[in-house]
Write a protein that binds this ligand. Structure first.
Ligand SMILES: [Zn+2]
Length: 157
């Protein structure tokens, strides 16, 4: 009975581990724009955005445009939602066992938001430990492509 971790942090660790085995989920990374946005706003604000976005986009019993309500990019929380399978009620049901067709409770929103933030924390940490030399330094001017070009998903391939 000497667990130092509370059940929620264990759930987050287990869930992130399960997600890391999905090629699709593991492909998502925060791009340069997402990272500087998250840096500029600070963690408290991003965490509030996570709760607000989850509540407004996946919180209802029958969310509008379910399955297509979460953009692929444009906010670090959107990217994190795809990476953590909190993007729509189908993914939430499949990955997190929360049934579709009913409103999410505040507790569920909070738990899913904590998962989103844990993923963002890992991404932010990884990027500060291993700055991406390619995009951060050389090459910025060479290719002529804007680093904020929406088609660019630079990190994996
Ligand atoms: Zn989904």
């Amino acid at each position: 009975m000497s667990q130092s971790d509370d059940p929620e942090s264990r759930w987050i660790d287990d869930t992130l581990d399960r997600l890391s085995h999905s090629d699709f989920r593991a492909r998502f990374v925060l791009n340069t724009h997402d990272r500087s946005y998250a840096d500029g706003k600070g963690r408290d604000v991003i965490s509030r955005h996570a709760r607000e976005l989850l509540r407004s986009r996946v919180g209802d019993a029958h969310p509008v445009k379910n399955g297509r309500q979460t953009p692929w990019r444009g906010h670090p929380v959107f990217t994190a939602q795809h990476a953590t399978a909190t993007c729509c009620r189908g993914c939430i049901a499949k990955w997190h066992g929360i049934p579709q067709g009913r409103e999410l409770t505040d507790q569920e929103i909070s738990r899913l938001a904590d998962l989103v933030m844990a993923w963002i924390d890992i991404q932010m940490q990884a990027s500060s430990e291993q700055p991406d030399a390619r995009s951060a330094q050389s090459g910025r001017k060479r290719s002529g492509r804007s680093p904020t070009s929406p088609d660019l998903n630079p990190t994996l391939f």
